[in-house]
Every structure is written in structure tokens, then in C-alpha cells.
Design a protein around this ligand. Structure first.
Ligand code: G6P
Length: 607
């Protein structure tokens, strides 16, 4: 959720904090603020609204100081407002903090502090942390570090935290529990951020903090400590994402750029796992566990969940193994059945989604081994899973996931094919890997036709209901398309298996409805044609997304968008592209910012 940054070094902190915050804006954007130590005093500037408002106010009225912290907020406790924005300070104004996460016992702590005469200014859970640190600091707990350590012991819940104190202008103290935090030294000084992308332009060698760890940042070095304050030794991790990968590079929005990056990101997911037509996952062991597995369980949230559903179809299709797919938040609370012969897969772009991590921990507590499919090196998931498959999609900045999704799907197909071969259901995977190698070029061809989708969106964006339907592999693509559309265009959209049309959704159909049908499962063309006729004859506008060539759907009263022909089973990676473009263009037509949709955050690190 929220984004955190910190800087201590040889330059003015404010402009660097703003630069880094802009890279984190996708984590939350209802308000922003910074605090800087100037002349042994803490000065806070914060306000409701996007970071550029804060930036403008800083340009008019600059802040000097070499030590500072910053925050971009996604409100949880307390509405978005100037007062509720971070940083928050203690009553003396000597300590300022920024926080990501939720202090679950904040009401109790607040009452305790109020009983000691503390007056709260905001409605946030975060403010209690500033007052508690101050409580220990005043009590004479020796040092700022010791006061932070004592304060952390009282907190239940999750946090990534950065603390500055007017009496200690030479350091920033940061701590994490269940919320990511990264620290690095390089060039102008030492940096802190909740996400790698904020640090890319400054340095690539970073420390990933583990849960319970504390980092003390000085101008020229960083100390890592455990929750008792003892020093820890750790090597930095090198990140090879390029700076440009987190820039728009001439595209009007990150989302459009990321849609267009898919040919490349899919090559990145595919190439390292293909050795002369043979699928070879160096990172995981295709051992007895895979061969003897009775069931695969896949857990994920949001878009990653839709990749998981495609995984169900793919594993069952290629490897003839039963697959259970679950939304992580449901899985963790529904008393699931564990079996040591099961294979557990967790899919998460960010590797930081709270529900997915909780489900992973539950599986591990019950003796399961978890294979992570993630895009984020150093993420919590990548450190907690037993084995990791990286999607290599590069940083995904737009809140609505596009390239991360198709890369997850590509990894899943490779896994399913390899498992099918290992379990002797597919004698030779070459026919399929040849097809997979063609996918990036086929996506390029679809992207070349983006104007067709753009024109279609400019005619349809005002429809009040948009429905997506498909069968077999087209069903999860319908789900993902409906999610994408609602996320960024705020249009009511729904997906259903086309066979369910008569069981309810048909009641919604009238002339205010647009139905987008995916029809790439050749054996089911006739069934789809009947469904499409049923919606058209009830006045709905209709678009069919299908393979080029056949002309099967041309005679229906529907527009048709064609995809370069591929194996039916691989259609999701192609069919989703026009749907992504459609969502994007609808959002733009409606005047929305597709990169920063209202109420959403890229990485949902709290429940
Ligand atoms: C949020 C994002 C979605 C994402 C989901 C799961 O809801 O807005 O785009 O699909 O979280 O995120 P993950 O990082 O676990 O894939």
C-alpha cells in the first residue's frame, strides 16, 4: 500500500525524496508528505492530493536539510486529509515518522497515551508510534535506537517504518515487519524505500530488510540490526533492472508502455527456460515430489488469481493432474486440507500481498513446500517460498497488471508442459514450445492493430454494463478482462463462463450492454456462436475476439477482432491483449488516470 522513502547524505533531501516518491506513487496516492531536519528542527510538509501538489509547494517554498523521510499514502485509518497525511510527529515535534502497514492494537495504545495527557492530531494508527517512541525517549531509554526498539515491542500488526529525530540529524532509523523495506548507500548518500523502483536511479546494490530487522542509515553506510539492536552482517543484493524500465519512455502512461512490453517480457520469461527446445527450469527440481504429486494447489489474489485459473486448465490439459485454485484470502480462512503429496504454488507479481503470504505461511506450517511465481527479486514471497520461479517481466508500475500477468501465464505453461512430459502424457514438448516461441511475435501483430481497439473503445466506453464471456481457456481470460476494465474505467463489468449465460447473466442484457466474447476454443465455436446470437438478439452491442482466417463469426450481428492463429490452449496470452487495450482506452476516454485508478493500490500489503 503506501510508499516510504528516506534520504540522508550530501545533498538537499527534499528534491530526492520527491523524486523517489514519484516512483512509489503507484503504491498509494491520496496524500503525500516529507519531513526534513533543518537546523536541528523537524520541518514537515504534507498535504492531501498527488505528489505533484507537494512538489509545487516545495518549489514555491523550498526546504533545506540533508536528512529526511517521505511518504505517499493509501488511506486505511482516517480519511485522506492534510492532517492524516504522513509524516506524523510526537507532541514535542522532535520525532517524525512515516509508516506503511496497520497497527492493529492502536486503539488500546492510543487510550493509554491519552490517559497520559497526549493529545492526538490525526485519526491514524501511525501517530501512536511517534508518541510511543517519544515516551521511551523522554523516559531516558538512552538512545533513539533503543527507544524505537522498545516502541516496536508494543506494536501488533505490520509495519515498514522510518524515523528521524531532531537530536540525531546524522541518522534515519528504519524497521520492518510484514511490509517491505529496502536500504542502500550509493552516490549522494543513503536511501530508504519500500520498493526497488524508487532506488534504481541512485543505486542497484541494496539491502532487503527481513522481518524484525532494523536499519540505521548514515550518510555513507548502513548498519543492520536485529530487534534487540545487535549488529547483523549481510551482503547487498544486486538488482539488474534498468532505470528506463521504470520510466514511461515516451508512452503517455505506464500501462500502455507495459502492454507494449509484453513481446519482450514474454521472451524474458521463456528464453531462460528453453535449452534447444527442451524445457529446463534450473531454479526448481523436477524431482519425485512432482512425479508422485496427487494434486496441485495454486493460491493467488486479483490478476494473479486469474493466471492461477489458467494454470488449472493448463496443468489438467497437459499433465492430467487435478488442480485446486483458490483466492488466498479464502484459502487462509477456510480450513483447507493439506497433503504432503500435493504441490503448492503461490503466484504474486509483487511477492508482498498480505493474503498470499499468509496462505504461504499456513501451507508451510502444515508441512507443504511452496513454489513461488513472482516478479519481484528480494520480495518477502521470494524469501519465504521453498523454490522460486521469477517471471522476469521487469518493474510493473501501472496499478492494473498486464505484462506481469502474461509472464505468469507463460511460466505456468512451461511448468505444465514439463510436468506433462515428466509424467509421460506428452511424448515430445517441441510442438508446443515452438508455438510458445511464436507468441511474442503474434502479440506484436495484435499490438499493430491497436487503433481498431481504440476506435471500438471510443464508440463503446459509455456503456453502463460490460460483460465478458468465454469457454474453457477463454473463461479465465474473460475474468481477467472484466477485472481490468472495472479497475481502471470504473465500468460495471462481469465475467462468466459462456455456458452460464442462460443461468442468470442473460437477464442483464439490453441495449445498454456490451458483451465481449472470447472464442478461441475451436471445438466450442458453435456453442459460442449460439451464445453470441442470444446476446445480439436482445439488443446488446457485441465484439467477438477469435482466430483470424475461419470467418466463423462473420455472419453474426457482431464486430470481430482477430488474433494470429495459435494452438487453442495458448490463446490466453493473445486474447487478453485486445482486452487490456480496450480497458486502457476506455479509461482514457472517461478521463481517468489508468496508472493510478481510484481506491486501488498496486501492492496490497495489508488485509
Ligand atoms: C492488487 C493489484 C492487482 C494485483 C493484486 C495481486 O489488487 O491492484 O493488480 O493483481 O493486488 O497482487 P500480486 O502482487 O500478489 O500479484
Amino acid at each position: 500500500m503506501c510508499g516510504i522513502t528516506g534520504f540522508i547524505g550530501y545533498e538537499n533531501a527534499a528534491p530526492l525524496l520527491i523524486r523517489a516518491l514519484k516512483k512509489l506513487e503507484y503504491r498509494g496516492y491520496d496524500s503525500a508528505g516529507i519531513a526534513v531536519i533543518h537546523d536541528k528542527k523537524i520541518i514537515v510538509r504534507k498535504m492531501k492530493g498527488r505528489i505533484n501538489l507537494l512538489e509545487e509547494s516545495l518549489l514555491e517554498n523550498p526546504l533545506d536539510g540533508y536528512t529526511g523521510i517521505g511518504h505517499t499514502r493509501w488511506a486505511t485509518h482516517g480519511e485522506p486529509s492534510d492532517i492524516n497525511s504522513h509524516p506524523h510527529t510526537d507532541s514535542d515535534g522532535r520525532i517524525a515518522i512515516v509508516h506503511n502497514g496497520i497497527v492493529e492494537n492502536y486503539i488500546k495504545l492510543k487510550q493509554w497515551l491519552q490517559s497520559r495527557g497526549i493529545v492526538f492530531r490525526s485519526d491514524t494508527d501511525t501517530e501512536v508510534i511517534a508518541h510511543i517512541i517519544n515516551y521511551f525517549y523522554r523516559k531516558g531509554h538512552g538512545s533513539l535506537l533503543q527507544s524505537v526498539i522498545e516502541a516496536l515491542k508494543l506494536l501488533n500488526g505490520s509495519y515498514a517504518l522510518a524515523v528521524i529525530c531532531a537530536d540525531y540529524p546524522d541518522r534515519i532509523i528504519a524497521a520492518r515487519k510484514d511490509s517491505p523495506l529496502i536500504a542502500a548507500t550509493g552516490g549522494a548518500g543513503s536511501f530508504l524505500a519500500s520498493d526497488i523502483t524508487a532506488l534504481l536511479e541512485f543505486t542497484r546494490d541494496v539491502y532487503f530488510l527481513n522481518d524484525g530487522e532494523i536499519a540505521v542509515l548514515y550518510q555513507d553506510h548502513i548498519e543492520l540490526r536485529n530487534d534487540e539492536g545487535d549488529l547483523i552482517q549481510r551482503e547487498t543484493t544486486h538488482i539488474d533492472w534498468s532505470v528506463e524500465s521504470a520510466e514511461k519512455n515516451g508512452f503517455p502512461h505506464f500501462m500502455l508502455k507495459e502492454i507494449f512490453e509484453q513481446p519482450k517480457s514474454l521472451e524474458n520469461a521463456l528464453r531462460p527456460r528453453l535449452k534447444k527446445d527442451i524445457i529446463d527450469f534450473e531454479e526448481i527440481k523436477f524431482d519425485k515430489k512432482w512425479l508422485e504429486a496427487r494434486r496441485i494447489v495454486i493460491i493467488a489474489c486479483g490478476t494473479a488469481y486469474h493466471a492461477a485459473v489458467i494454470g488449472k486448465y493448463a496443468f489438467e490439459y497437459f499433465a492430467r493432474i487435478p488442480v485446486e485454485v483458490d483466492i488466498a484470502s479464502e484459502y487462509r480462512y477456510r480450513n483447507p486440507i493439506f497433503n504432503k503429496n500435493d504441490i503448492y504454488i503461490a503466484i504474486s507479481q509483487s511477492g508482498e500481498t498480505a493474503d498470499t503470504l499468509a496462505a504461504v505461511r499456513l501451507i508451510k506450517q502444515n508441512g507443504g513446500c511452496v513454489i513461488a511465481i513472482t516478479n519481484a527479486p528480494g520480495s518477502t514471497l521470494s524469501r519465504e517460498a521453498n523454490e522460486i520461479i521469477y517471471t522476469y517481466a521487469g518493474p510493473e508500475i501501472a496499478v492494473a497488471s498486464t505484462k506481469a500477468f502474461t509472464s505468469q501465464v507463460m511460466c505456468i505453461y512451461l511448468l505444465a508442459l514439463e510436468l506433462g512430459r515428466a509424467r509421460s502424457y506428452i511424448p515430445d514438448t517441441k510442438k508446443y514450445t515452438d508455438e510458445l516461441c511464436e507468441i511474442p511475435d503474434r502479440i506484436r501483430k495484435i499490438l499493430d492493430k491497436k487503433e481498431i481497439i481504440q476506435r471500438f473503445a471510443s464508440r463503446q466506453y459509455n456503456k453502463t454494463k460490460m460483460l465478458f464471456m468465454g469457454r474453457q481457456f477463454d473463461y479465465p481470460v474473460s475474468m481477467e478482462s472484466a477485472l481490468k476494465l472495472k479497475e481502471i474505467s470504473y465500468t460495471h463489468s462481469e465475467a462468466f463462463a459462456a455456458g452460464e449465460l442462460k443461468h442468470g447473466p442473460i437477464a442483464l442484457i439490453d441495449s445498454s450492454t456490451l458483451v465481449i466474447s472470447f472464442a478461441t476454443q475451436t471445438a466450442l465455436f458453435e456453442k459460442m456462436a449460439s451464445n453470441i446470437l442470444e446476446v445480439c438478439s436482445r439488443g446488446a452491442a457485441s465484439l467477438v475476439i477469435t482466430w483470424e482466417g475461419g470467418g466463423f463469426f462473420d455472419a453474426l450481428n457482431s464486430e470481430v477482432f482477430t488474433l494470429p492463429k495459435s494452438e487453442d490452449c495458448f490463446s490466453p496470452m493473445l486474447a487478453v491483449i485486445p482486452a487490456q487495450l480496450f480497458s486502457y482506452y476506455c479509461a482514457v476516454q472517461r478521463g481517468n488516470d489508468p496508472d493510478k485508478p481510484r481506491n486501488l493500490a498496486k501492492s496490497v500489503t495489508v488485509e
